[in-house]
Design a protein around this ligand. Structure first.
Ligand code: SF4
Length: 379
């Protein structure tokens, strides 16, 4: 049975980081309260007149969802349980930022059903954290991790960012050492991207920092792949590493083409076949739309067979060990990948970026490093 995931976007942060271009703003109590009400209403209306879908993952992303109170989280989860059949043992993840949670708060989140924590450690170097405009210190990360474990969280993920302003390879190496010593079940790697309109982009233009160096970032990526492997982690996706059995079940849905339903501003959804839709990006406008009983959906796209096939290919190739089964792909999309991309595939194969294993097409470690080049053929 195919089960869907539910994504819930919480667009509030304590302060805005210098590199961030996500749909998020500074936390305001009154707005958060009306936003939570709007979310519950959106979820309830989604269910009206529709068959109850089976769900086995719920993901609170943001923003900083841990700024909500346990009662607000329970209110949202109440709506999810009213509208969906949530499987026993469902994975319920909450993104958290170090220093934003208390022991009581974490107890409350656990009691409302949250069983996985994904938190933005980013780096263990306080100077790097400051340059990013993060409001926490490395000590906050250590303390938050200890608190999480104390209240019983045994499925914890760290986000790390590589290629930070003025970051050296040896600073990155120390960072990794600390992250691996703390032994989270899961690690996600982000390479710093500079988005126009962010304070970081302005700082680089003014010459305060250099733009990230692609070669150095590639070295950092390779070092991470090496170190995690010797520490017993599996690199199951281009940017994601886990101890055996601790893949992010929710994020797997994005890569394997399973359905997911997103609620809240800027949330995206996919019906598992060809239909994608997304919500209004601005939090206040989203609340207004819901309060006036209008739809928050601002965009709907129906993928044709060719686009759906291309998308399944480049998402599936992100799963490094698993790759894409070309016979199953042919049966599902009626497209023969070997024939359709014959020239590009032979070029990538000669360059050592992809490999065939019977019916399985996968990226090699060199291909994982240059994945954008491979994916550009499909999109
Ligand atoms: S905590 Fe995350 S979402 Fe919030 S401002 Fe920083 S990078 Fe953006």
């Amino acid at each position: 049975m195919i089960r869907a995931g539910v994504y819930i976007h919480i667009p509030f942060c304590r302060a805005r980081c210098s590199y961030c271009d996500f749909a998020t703003g500074t936390y305001e109590g009154a707005l958060a309260e009306s936003y939570v009400r709007a979310l519950a209403y959106e979820i309830d209306s989604f269910g009206a007149g529709r068959e109850r879908a089976e769900v086995d993952t719920i993901y609170f992303g943001g923003g900083t969802p841990s700024l909500l109170t346990p009662a607000q989280v329970a209110h949202i989860l109440g709506a999810v349980h009213r509208i969906f059949n949530v499987a026993d043992g469902a994975e319920v993840t909450m993104e958290m930022n170090p220093g934003t949670v208390t022991r009581e708060g974490l107890h409350g989140f656990r009691e409302s059903g949250v069983n996985r924590a994904s938190f933005g450690a980013q780096t263990f170097d306080d100077r790097e954290l400051k340059r990013l405009g993060r409001t926490h210190t490395a000590e906050d990360t250590r303390r938050t991790l200890a608190l999480l474990r104390e209240v019983g969280f045994d499925n914890i993920s760290f986000d790390l960012i590589a290629g930070l302003p003025a970051q050296t390879l040896s600073a990155w190496s120390r960072n990794l050492e600390e992250a691996l010593t703390l032994r989270p079940q899961h690690l996600s790697l982000y390479l710093l991207e500079v988005h126009e309109g962010t304070p970081l982009a302005a700082q680089i233009r003014e010459g305060r920092y250099h733009a990230p160096d692609a070669d150095l970032a590639a070295e950092m990526y390779s070092l991470l792949a090496e170190r995690t492997q010797s520490a017993g982690y599996e690199q199951y996706e281009i940017s994601n590493f886990c101890l055996p059995g601790h893949e992010s079940r929710h994020n797997m849905k994005y890569w394997t083409g399973e359905p997911y339903f997103g609620f809240g501003c800027s949330a995206h959804s996919f019906d598992g076949r060809a239909l994608r839709w997304s919500n209004e990006r601005d939090a206040r406008r989203y609340v207004e739309l819901i309060e006036t009983r209008a739809s928050a959906v601002i965009d709907k796209t129906e993928l044709d067979e060719r686009d759906a096939s291309a998308e399944a290919l480049f998402l599936g190739l992100r799963l490094l060990a698993r790759g894409v089964n070309l016979s199953e792909h042919l049966a599902r999309f009626r497209r023969d990948v070997r024939a359709e991309y014959a020239e590009d595939l032979s070029r990538f194969s000669e360059a050592g970026l992809i490999e065939f294993d019977g019916d399985i097409l996968r990226l090699t470690p060199a291909g994982a490093l240059l994945s954008n080049e491979v994916f550009s053929v499909f999109v």
